[in-house]
Design a protein around this ligand. Structure first.
Ligand code: ADP
Length: 228
C-alpha cells in the first residue's frame, strides 16, 4: 500500500527534512506518526500525495511510483488519498453539503450519485442535520467532521491526517479519534500525525516515531513515548 525506500528530502532553502527513510505500511493498517515539531512528520506525509517530491529515493503508493509520476496523473493519485488537516481548511462560503460535494463535482459525477454519496458520508460523521449550515456556524469538532467527510467521500484507500485533533478540546478529540477508528475498521488505511499523548497511549496502534528526518522507532502496539 505505502512503501518508501531510502527516501531523502532537502527543501530549496537547504533544510534536510527527511534523511533516509525506509518503511512499509500495509492495507488496512492504522499508524500514528509521532515525534517533536520540525522532525519531518508533515513532510513524510506530504510526499505521499505529491505535495512535495522526494529529493531521492522511491515512494510507492498503491503500486505507483509517486516521485516519478507525471503531473497529469497527480489528480488521480489524490482521489486515492484523503487528507485531513489540523485547521480543517473548509471553504467558508460553501455549506457543509457543498464542501463535501465539491470533490465529487470536480470529477463530474452525476447529481444523483453526488447527493447519495454526500448524504451517506454526512450520516457516517453524524452531520446530516447540518448539511445546509456554513462552516462558521459549526463547532470545531463539527468542522473537523466535515473535513473528514470531504476527505473520504471519494472512498480513498488511504486517509492521511495531520494533527487532526490539534485544535480540539479533549472530549472532541476523542470523538474524532473514534470516527477515524471506524473509518479504519471499514478498510481504509489511516495515518495520523499527532501530539495527542492520551489518544496514542489509550487507542494502542502501530507507532512510527520520526526524529531529525529518520524513523527512530516503529512498534506494532506502541506508546507515545514523549513527555509533551
Ligand atoms: P513536523 O511535521 O514534524 O513538524 P515538518 O515536516 O513540517 O515537521 O518540517 C521538517 C523540517 O522541514 C523543519 O525544519 C521545517 O522547518 C522544514 N520545512 C517544512 N516545510 C518546508 C518548506 N515548505 N520549505 C522549507 N522548509 C520546510
Amino acid at each position: 500500500m505505502i512503501e518508501m525506500n531510502d527516501v531523502w528530502k532537502t527543501y530549496k532553502n537547504g533544510i534536510k527534512a527527511i534523511n533516509g527513510i525506509d518503511v512499509k505500511i500495509n492495507k488496512g493498517e492504522f499508524v500514528y506518526i509521532v515525534g517533536p515539531s520540525g522532525a519531518g512528520k508533515s513532510t513524510f506525509m506530504r510526499m505521499m500525495y505529491r505535495e512535495e517530491k522526494p529529493t531521492s529515493g522511491k515512494i510507492i503508493i498503491n503500486g505507483k511510483d509517486v516521485g516519478k509520476m507525471k503531473n497529469k496523473n497527480v489528480p488521480k493519485l489524490r482521489r486515492d488519498i484523503g487528507v485531513v488537516f489540523q485547521d480543517f481548511k473548509l471553504l467558508p462560503k460553501l455549506t457543509v453539503y457543498e464542501n463535501v460535494a465539491f470533490a465529487l463535482e470536480v470529477i463530474e459525477e452525476n447529481k444523483t450519485v453526488i447527493r447519495k454519496r454526500v448524504m451517506d458520508v454526512l450520516s457516517l460523521v453524524n452531520l446530516k442535520n447540518k448539511a445546509r449550515f456554513l462552516p462558521d456556524e459549526l463547532s470545531g469538532g463539527e468542522q473537523q467532521r466535515v473535513s473528514i467527510a470531504r476527505a473520504i467521500v471519494n472512498n480513498p484507500v488511504i486517509l492521511l491526517t495531520d494533527e487532526p485533533t490539534g485544535n480540539l478540546d479533549p472530549d472532541t478529540a476523542w470523538e474524532i479519534m473514534n470516527l477515524l477508528d471506524e473509518i479504519n475498521n471499514r478498510g481504509t488505511t489511516v495515518l495520523m500525525a499527532t501530539h495527542n499523548k492520551d489518544i496514542v497511549n489509550s487507542f494502542r496502534k502501530r507507532v512510527i516515531a520520526i526524529e531529525d528526518g529518520l524513523i527512530s522507532r516503529d512498534e506494532a502496539r506502541g506508546e507515545y513515548g514523549y513527555e509533551d
